[in-house]
Design a protein around this ligand. Structure first.
Ligand code: FE2
Length: 282
C-alpha cells in the first residue's frame, strides 16, 4: 500500500442526504444508501433510517416478505420491533438492541412494531454476501442493549460497539461475520474528537443522526451520510453534542444483480430466487 494512504486521515469523498420513501405496509423512512444518490457502497446495499412518534408512519410494519443473498442488520434506538420468520424463529428487538440476520439462501419474515404509540427510531443496513456464501443456511445473531459494550474515552466520548473491534480492543457481540464489517455507534459531546484506525482496504461511512460534526474541514449535519475517502485513520470532531454511526466493510468487488428483496450476482440468479419463492422453496 501507498505509504501516504497508510498514514493519512480519511477525507469526506461524498455527502449524501437521504430521500423520504415508504416501504413495507406504508412505513415512512429515509433511504440513505440504496437510493439514486448512492445506489450502494460495497459491501453495503442499503441503509434506511426510521424515526417517528406518529404511529400512522410505522404501525403497518413490514408484513411477511422474503430475502435472499445478503444480511439485514436492524439496530433500534427507540421502541420495540417484533420479528418472526417462516422457520419458526421469532423475538423482540428492544431499544439499544441489534438483530444481525443472515438471510443466505432465503427466509420469509415479518418485522412489526411492538408498540401502538411513542417514538420508533432506528436503522436497517443491508450487508452483501460473497457469491460463495449467498446460498448458506440462514442464521441470526441477536443482542440486547446490555450485551453491547460501551467504550468510554476522554471528554465523555462513548463508543457502542455492535460489531467489529476498536483499536483499544473493545469487541462487539456480533461475531464470525461472513463479510468483515465494523459497526460503531459513537456519542461525542460538543468540542470533543474521536479517532480510530480502520483498515485502508475498507469502505467507510459516517451517518450523523444528532448534532453536527466535521471531518477534515467538511461539515456534516444531522441526517447526512458522509462516504469517507482513502486513508487508514478516521478523525471526527463534534461541533455540537453529536451522535453517529461509523460503519466500515471490506468491499466484495463482485457483480451485483438486484431484484427487490433478492441480491445476487446475476439476473438469472435473481429470476431463480423469484421462482423459488413463488414455488414455496424458501
Ligand atoms: Fe426484511
Amino acid at each position: 500500500m501507498d505509504q501516504k494512504v497508510a498514514n493519512s486521515i480519511r477525507p469526506v469523498a461524498q455527502l449524501v442526504r437521504g430521500h423520504e420513501t415508504a416501504d413495507g405496509d406504508g412505513v415512512r423512512l429515509t433511504r440513505v444508501i440504496g437510493g439514486p444518490a448512492l445506489p450502494m457502497l460495497d459491501p453495503f446495499l442499503l441503509l434506511d433510517e426510521f424515526r417517528s412518534d406518529d404511529p400512522d408512519d410505522y404501525i403497518g410494519g413490514f408484513p411477511p416478505h422474503p430475502h435472499r443473498g445478503f444480511e439485514t442488520v436492524t439496530y433500534l434506538l427507540h421502541g420495540r420491533m417484533r420479528h418472526g420468520d417462516n422457520a419458526g424463529h421469532s423475538g423482540v428487538i428492544e431499544h439499544g438492541g441489534v438483530q444481525w440476520m443472515t438471510a443466505g439462501r432465503g427466509i420469509v419474515h415479518s418485522e412489526m412494531p411492538e408498540q401502538e404509540d411513542g417514538l420508533l427510531a432506528g436503522f436497517q443496513l443491508w450487508v452483501n454476501l460473497p457469491a460463495a456464501d449467498k446460498m448458506m443456511a440462514p442464521r441470526y445473531q441477536e443482542f440486547g442493549v446490555a450485551a453491547i459494550p460501551v467504550e468510554r474515552r476522554e471528554g465523555g466520548v462513548e463508543v457502542r460497539v455492535v460489531a467489529g473491534t476498536t483499536a483499544s480492543g473493545t469487541q462487539g457481540p456480533v461475531r464470525e461475520l461472513i463479510t468483515p464489517v465494523s459497526y460503531f455507534d459513537v456519542t461525542l459531546p460538543a468540542g470533543t474528537a474521536f479517532e480510530e484506525a480502520l483498515a485502508a482496504e475498507r469502505n467507510v461511512f459516517v451517518f450523523v443522526f444528532e448534532g453536527r460534526v466535521h471531518i477534515q474541514g467538511q461539515s456534516i449535519e444531522a441526517f447526512s451520510l458522509a462516504v469517507l475517502g482513502p486513508g487508514a485513520q478516521v478523525r471526527i470532531e463534534a461541533d455540537d453534542d453529536s451522535r453517529l454511526l461509523l460503519v466500515s466493510g471490506r468491499p466484495l468487488g463482485e457483480p451485483v444483480a438486484r431484484g427487490g428483496p433478492f441480491v445476487m450476482n446475476t439476473e438469472a440468479e435473481v429470476r431463480q430466487a423469484y421462482n423459488d419463492y413463488r414455488a414455496g422453496r424458501f
